[in-house]
Design a protein around this ligand. Structure first.
Ligand code: FUB
Length: 357
């Protein structure tokens, strides 16, 4: 694996807010507060979407799509921040659809504290199918034995769970990536199975790393390699189209931007070399974060994101009250992705016509 791009300096207000937050509230403190878990009576209900945001009765973030047969499953974090809380995320939810219009709400699939070694913080996740099972990788706050964010792995026999801790310990802890000096460096896992059957995990905040997973999916096989692309902030997503590999991510050009955008790099193999291809989107409305999740489903490619444009009752959107959106994703003949704008219509209208080659 080629060593990657330059890493970025940490100077944004998000960092400051995070440091202030972590400095005033013990990490994971909200995980011990009385639970506000979504009542399971919701599970199984269907909603017909009429554009963006997709789900309007609660706040959702960090979308991660997975296609299984003729259904698309969408894993999201449940944003429950109150007032000016930064993040309050205790559980992950999953929705599914067969037509990108009618979505079934399967309810919560797991809580961060179901990992007995974790304090809380159900941050970004991605699920992948392998060996007849469903493997769910997610960022959580580790307990004091390995302080900082860590990456967990859970497993289930169905894409809707129930998921259980597959390892009984973190897959990746903060000490395993000593370059980063902040405690939330090891977040936002993306998992991808290559053509030779090996599965890889990439993750990171400010620094982006990649490693091969062991065949049993619960270990790291070989070195952890840094592949940090320009302006990398967090939220990497690996996918492949034709012969080209894509590393799409939440980016922050601190010289000019206040909020994250989505940028991407491409490579002829997971081993690189990665070529920066520029920005794919602008920022999410009212949101510091944006989080890409990409999938091909029934002939179209989709880019899932989030913004903070939704209000639920008297709760306005905020850094910790986000809403998941989806847009069509289209490619140019050279493999570059066409710029994507977050719209209200989303995929409730037909995709833009592609010019013939
Ligand atoms: O949702 C918590 C964190 O915010 C995620 O892990 C990041 O990608 C950002 O969306």
């Amino acid at each position: 694996m080629q060593s990657g791009f330059r890493s970025c300096l940490w100077s944004h207000r998000f960092a400051l807010s995070a440091l202030l937050w972590i400095g005033t509230v013990p990490a994971g403190a909200w995980a011990q507060a009385p639970t506000l878990a979504t009542p399971s009576v919701r599970a199984g209900t269907s909603v017909v979407t009429t554009g963006n945001p997709l789900f309007r009765d609660r706040f959702t973030a960090d979308p991660a799509p997975l296609v299984v047969g003729d259904r698309l499953y969408l894993y999201v974090g449940h944003d429950e921040a109150q007032r000016d809380e930064m993040f309050n995320m205790r559980e992950w939810l999953v929705y599914s659809t067969s037509d990108m219009k009618t979505w079934t709400d399967h309810g919560p699939i797991m809580r961060a504290t179901d990992f007995k070694w974790a304090k809380g913080d159900a941050w970004a996740s991605q699920a992948i199918a392998k060996n007849g099972r469903f493997w769910f990788y997610a960022a959580v706050e580790h307990d004091d034995t390995h302080p900082g964010k860590a990456i967990a792995v859970a497993v289930a026999d169905s894409p809707t769970g129930p998921f259980v801790d597959a390892k009984g310990a973190a897959l990746i802890t903060n000490e395993m990536t000593p370059k980063g000096t902040h405690s939330w460096e090891d977040i936002d896992p993306t998992v991808f199975t290559d053509d030779d059957g090996t599965t890889w995990i990439a993750w990171g905040n400010r620094n982006c790393y990649i490693a091969k997973l062991t065949a049993d999916m619960v270990g790291i096989d070989g070195p952890i390699t840094e592949i940090t692309p320009p302006h990398f902030e967090e939220g990497p997503w690996l996918h492949k189209r034709g012969a080209l590999y894509y590393l799409t991510y939440a980016s922050l050009d601190r010289a000019k931007d206040r909020d994250e955008k989505v940028s991407y790099a491409t490579a002829p193999s997971l081993q690189g070399p990665w070529t920066y291809r520029g920005e794919l989107t602008g920022s999410g409305k009212y949101s510091f974060t944006i989080h890409p999740g990409i999938v091909q489903f029934k002939g179209n490619w989709y880019l899932f994101l989030h913004n903070a444009a939704l209000a639920v009752g008297d709760q306005a959107g905020a850094i910790g009250r986000r809403a998941v959106t989806v847009e069509y994703l289209q490619y140019n003949p050279d493999g570059s992705m066409k710029p994507v704008v977050q719209t209200q219509a989303g995929v409730s209208v037909p995709p833009p016509r592609q010019a013939l080659p």
